[in-house]
Write a protein that binds this ligand. Structure first.
Ligand SMILES: [Zn+2]
Length: 383
């Protein structure tokens, strides 16, 4: 219950009775749960969330009834639950709580076209934070004071509403964090000095967090200063915020890992981990040592075919789709325009579970499924 309590303290809110799902999310062993039990948890929590959202959210409820043609929601399988194309969040606000309960309107980080806006209440935000803590347990089981975060981004109040900046800044609620972007300026030399000092003191581990391009900027600065860093097994790097999408650079991952390992003096490239999230998803997926992003059991991840959006067999490439039970303020039952795959079973890291990989972004929005909209009139006009 630590993350909930901690988040509550920082945000100055008193949290009401912890439900089963809150308990699961704030537990720190979520990825150690046996696969059969993970499937049961998924079935239970995703179904409960679906029935609640279909009941409470007028817009999603109407969409569900149009799609399914039935009101007997108990009889349909998880794979039949209607999913909302993420593009719909650019046009509509889809809510399952009263607007006054929203504590943060979250705006996507995209630079082109209209942006998605998603409303979150406090508990949805606390659960999102819980998912980050759970994901970090895939790296190491640090206690709060074991580690210092070197954050290559702004702190939360400077991060504003831009989603990827905001999500990255949430790590400051879990660990002592120093930020090295202030007023849009990246202070690379200060970050290097700080890392060198912590390594020299020999007490804490270090996690460097930032988008890949910033990690590269830091590596450039280390080489320019001819600083020798010996991160050994004490330094980890967590990248977040996409590769090409935000940075405009595209370095192949193995090349990135090789260079960053060398410049930071890491013992192994497995100490570099990528994190995935998007504004419509209320859970952050973080890589294990095998560089696979583990999906926790409150999310049902599948790929779907672009035509009819039907869930595909495990391991089949398609449009990534998530039914995320952790969002309370909106139905996080989405199909994205990312092409990727979802695997289930034993991971080379030794854990059993579900993992996902993003392969590329769908570039042509011509698939019929992508024209699917929450708006009845548009749908009829397009039919
Ligand atoms: Zn793994």
């Amino acid at each position: 219950v630590r993350s909930t309590a901690e988040c509550g303290r920082v945000e100055n809110v008193v949290i009401d009775a912890t439900t089963d799902l809150d308990y699961l999310i704030s537990g720190e062993v979520v990825f150690e749960i046996p696969l059969a039990e993970q499937r049961d948890l998924r079935e239970r929590h995703v179904r409960a969330a679906f029935e609640r959202h279909a009941d409470i959210s007028g817009r999603y409820g109407d969409f569900v009834r149009r799609q399914l043609g039935t009101t007997d929601l108990g009889s349909i399988s998880l794979g039949e639950i209607p999913v909302i194309p993420t593009s719909s969040f650019k046009q509509h606000s889809v809510l399952s709580v009263a607007p006054e309960e929203i504590s943060k309107w979250c705006v996507s980080s995209g630079t082109r076209g209209r942006q998605s806006t998603v409303g979150r209440d406090r508990r949805s935000l606390e659960r999102l934070l819980g998912s980050i803590r759970a994901g970090i347990s895939l790296i190491h089981s640090w206690l709060e004071d074991d580690v210092e975060v070197i954050h290559l981004g702004p702190e939360r109040k400077e991060a504003g509403d831009i989603w990827f900046m905001y999500v990255m800044s949430l790590i400051e609620l879990s660990f002592p964090t120093e930020h090295f972007v202030r007023r849009d300026h990246f202070h690379a030399s200060e970050a290097i000095e700080r890392i060198a000092k912590i390594l020299k003191e020999g007490k804490q581990d270090i996690v460097v967090v930032g988008p890949p391009f910033r990690v590269q900027d830091l590596a450039d600065a280390i080489e320019r200063h001819q600083t020798r860093l010996d991160g050994g097994s004490r330094l980890s790097v967590v990248t977040a915020g996409g590769w090409k999408r935000l940075s405009g650079i595209s370095v192949p991952r193995p090349e990135f890992d090789e260079r960053i390992s060398r410049v930071f003096g890491l013992r192994e490239p497995t100490q570099i981990r990528d994190a995935f999230n998007q504004v419509e998803l209320n859970t952050v997926f973080i890589e294990c040592s095998a560089h696979r992003k583990h999906v926790p059991p409150w999310v049902y991840a599948t790929t779907r075919d672009a035509d009819r959006l039907r869930p595909q067999a495990v391991g089949t490439p398609g449009l990534l789709s998530y039914l995320d039970a952790s969002a309370i303020s909106y139905p996080a039952f989405i199909v994205t325009d990312d092409v990727g795959r979802v695997d289930e079973g034993e991971c080379p890291c030794g854990r059993s579970g579900v993992t996902m990989t993003v392969e590329r972004r769908l570039t042509r929005v011509s698939a019929r499924g992508c024209a699917l909209t929450l708006d009845k009139r548009t749908q009829q006009a397009g039919a």
